[in-house]
Ligand binder design. Structure first.
Ligand code: NDP
Length: 477
C-alpha cells in the first residue's frame, strides 16, 4: 500500500514531523538528499510506525497515493527552490507540495503562482515549536488553496498540538498567508522575549536580586495571567547553575543575542506596510545592539546616574509593578503584531481570521500562553477590532496597570537600566490615545522646506503656505 504523505528533508525538523505522522498511524514516505539520514531514521525509529524509505525522487513520488502530498522540510531559500524543481516535474495535476520550512512569504507567493500554472497546489506552511513541537505537536499555519486543505488539513490537524481538544492548525488563507502569519509569530516572539529579559534586568538592577530569586518571581508570575511557555522556560534558565563554575548559568553566557532573520523580516514588512510594530522593531534592534561588542566596549565608560538601586517602599512594590508593566507592554506587542497580520491580509486579499490565528497559537508554538485565549475571545467578539488595547479585559488591565507601567519606565530611566521594549510600548500607548500629535508640526516643517502640502482640521482640501513670502499666504492646491 502507498503512503498517504511524504517528507523530504530529514534533518531534525523533517525527521520529527515524519515520526509524528507515523506515530499517528499515517504511512509516511521518507526521503533525503543524502541517503544516510533516511537510513538512520528507519533504523532508529522504524518501529514507531509505517515508514517507506526511498532513495530517489522517482521512488519517493511513486510511493505516494494520489493526490500526492509532498512535505519539503529543508533549508529555506535556494535549497527549497532546488528541491521543488527536483520534484515538481515528477508530479501530476492536483498533487500538493508543502513547504514547511521558514520561507519568506514573498517567496511562497512566487512559488505558489508558478506551481499553480503547472497544475500543482503549493502550500507554504508555518510550523512552530522547534524540534520537540515537530515531534509532539506543533502549531501549524498552512496557506495555499482551499482545495489543498481538503486533503492536507486532516493530516496536519491530526499531528498538531491540541488545546481543549481543538487542533492548533487552521487554513490561514491563500498563497503566502501561512508563512506571513508564521513570520509575525516570530516577530511577536522576539518582542515577548525582550520584555521578559528587561523584567529580569530590572529586578536584578534595581533590587539586586540574584538569578535564582528572580526565577522564583517568574515562577509566581507563571501561575497568573502571564502563564506561558516563555515565562516557564525563563524560570528554568534562571534557576540553572553552570556546572563548571558553580555560577548562575545566565552569568556565564555571552550577552550577545543572535537571530536567524525572521524578526528582521517582520520589521522590514512592517515598514513596507506602514504598520507601527515598534515593540518587535525595538526587540530586533536590542539583539543587534547586544552584538556590537566593539561599540559597547568603546561606550562602556560613559557616565550613568549616581543612584543605581531602589530602596524602601519603592523597592517593596517594584516587583509587582514590573509584572504590571510586563503585562501591559505585552498587550501592546501583541496588538501591534495582530495589526500587522490584519494589514497583510488586507494588502494581499487573504481574509485571515485573527481569532483563529490566536486560537492556533494557544498550543504547540513558542508564544503559547493562556493570554492567547483572551485574544481569541476578543477577535471572536469583534472580528474588526481596530486594536486589542481597546478590547474589554485588555483595556481594563492596561488602564489599571498604567501607573505601575509609568513608574517602572521612569525608575528604569532614573537608574539607567535600558528598557527599550517597555518604553516603546508605553510611548505607543500614549501616542495612540493622544488627542493631538505633534505630527501637525511635522507637516508644517515638510510644507516649509519641500512644499509637501498639508490638510486642515476645519476644511476639506490640500493646502500649501508660501513660506518664502512676507505674507505667508495660504493657497489651496
Ligand atoms: P536545516 O535547515 O539544517 O536543513 C537541513 C536539511 O536540508 C537536510 O535535510 C539537507 O539535506 C537539506 N538540504 C539542504 N540543501 C539542500 C539541497 N540543495 N537539496 C536538497 N536538500 C537540501 O534543517 P532543520 O530541520 O533545522 O530545518 C528545516 C526547515 O525548518 C528550515 O527551513 C528551518 O528554517 C525550518 N524550521 C526549523 C525550526 C527549528 O527549530 N530547527 C523550527 C521551525 C522551522 P542533507 O541531509 O542532504 O544535507
Amino acid at each position: 500500500d502507498k503512503a498517504s504523505i511524504g517528507v523530504t528533508g530529514l534533518a531534525v525538523m523533517g525527521r520529527n514531523l515524519a515520526r509524528n505522522l507515523a506515530r499517528h498511524g499515517h504511512t509516511v514516505a521518507v526521503h533525503n538528499r543524502s541517503e544516510q539520514r533516511t537510513r538512520d531514521l528507519v533504523e532508529q525509529f522504524g518501529a514507531e510506525g509505517e515508514f517507506r524509505p526511498t532513495y530517489s525522487a522517482r521512488e519517493f513520488v511513486d510511493a505516494l497515493e494520489r493526490p500526492r502530498q509532498v512535505v519539503i522540510m529543508v533549508q529555506a531559500g535556494a535549497p527549497t527552490d532546488a528541491v521543488i524543481e527536483e520534484f515538481a516535474p515528477l508530479l501530476e495535476t492536483g498533487d500538493v507540495i508543502v513547504d514547511a520550512g521558514n520561507a519568506h512569504f514573498a517567496d511562497t507567493r512566487r512559488r505558489e503562482a508558478a506551481l499553480r500554472e503547472r497544475g500543482l497546489h503549493f502550500v507554504g506552511t508555518g510550523v512552530s515549536g522547534g524540534e520537540e513541537g515537530a515531534l509532539h505537536g506543533p502549531s501549524i499555519m498552512p496557506g495555499g488553496s482551499v482545495a489543498s486543505y481538503e486533503s492536507l488539513g486532516p493530516l496536519l490537524e491530526d499531528i498538531s498540538a491540541k488545546v481543549e481538544g481543538a487542533p492548533c492548525c487552521t487554513h490561514v488563507g491563500p498563497d503566502g498567508a501561512g508563512h506571513f502569519v508564521k513570520m509575525v509569530h516570530n516577530g511577536i516572539e522576539y518582542a515577548d522575549m525582550q520584555l521578559i529579559a528587561e523584567s529580569f534586568d530590572l529586578l536584578r538592577g534595581a533590587l539586586g536580586y540574584e538569578p535564582a530569586q528572580i526565577a522564583e518571581v517568574f515562577r509566581t508570575w507563571n501561575t497568573g495571567r502571564l502563564d506561558s511557555y516563555l515565562i516557564e522556560i525563563t524560570e528554568q534558565v534562571l534557576a540553572h547553575t553552570d556546572a563548571a563554575t558553580g555560577k548562575p548559568f545566565v552569568d556565564v553566557v555571552a550577552d550577545q543575542a543572535e537571530q536567524k532573520g525572521t524578526g528582521r523580516w517582520t520589521v522590514q514588512i512592517g515598514l513596507d506596510l506602514g504598520i507601527p510594530i515598534s515593540g518587535i522593531a525595538e526587540a530586533t534592534f536590542a539583539r543587534s545592539l547586544s552584538g556590537h561588542a566593539d561599540l559597547r566596549a568603546a561606550a562602556r565608560g560613559l557616565a550613568g546616574p549616581a543612584r543605581t538601586r531602589l530602596s524602601g517602599a519603592e523597592a517593596e512594590r517594584f516587583a509587582r509593578d514590573v509584572e504590571q508593566a510586563l503585562y501591559a507592554s505585552k498587550v501592546v506587542a501583541y496588538a501591534q503584531g495582530f495589526n500587522q497580520i490584519q494589514a497583510g491580509s488586507a494588502e494581499y486579499g487573504w481574509n485571515v481570521d485573527l481569532g483563529a490565528v490566536a486560537s492556533i497559537w494557544r498550543g504547540g508554538c513558542i508564544i503559547r500562553a493562556k493570554f492567547l485565549d483572551d485574544i481569541r475571545a476578543a477577535y471572536a467578539a469583534e472580528p474588526n477590532l481596530p486594536t486589542l488595547l481597546t478590547s474589554g479585559e485588555f483595556r481594563k488591565a492596561v488602564e489599571h496597570g498604567q501607573d505601575a507601567w509609568r513608574s517602572v519606565v521612569s525608575t528604569a530611566t532614573r537608574l539607567g537600566i535600558p528598557t527599550p521594549g517597555f518604553s516603546t510600548a508605553l510611548a505607543y500607548y500614549d501616542a495612540l490615545r493622544a488627542e493631538r500629535l505633534p505630527a501637525a508640526l511635522v507637516q508644517g516643517q515638510r510644507d516649509y522646506f519641500g512644499a509637501h502640502t498639508y490638510r486642515r482640521v476645519d476644511r476639506e482640501g490640500t493646502f500649501h503656505t508660501e513660506w518664502a513670502t512676507e505674507e505667508r499666504r495660504e493657497r489651496e492646491t
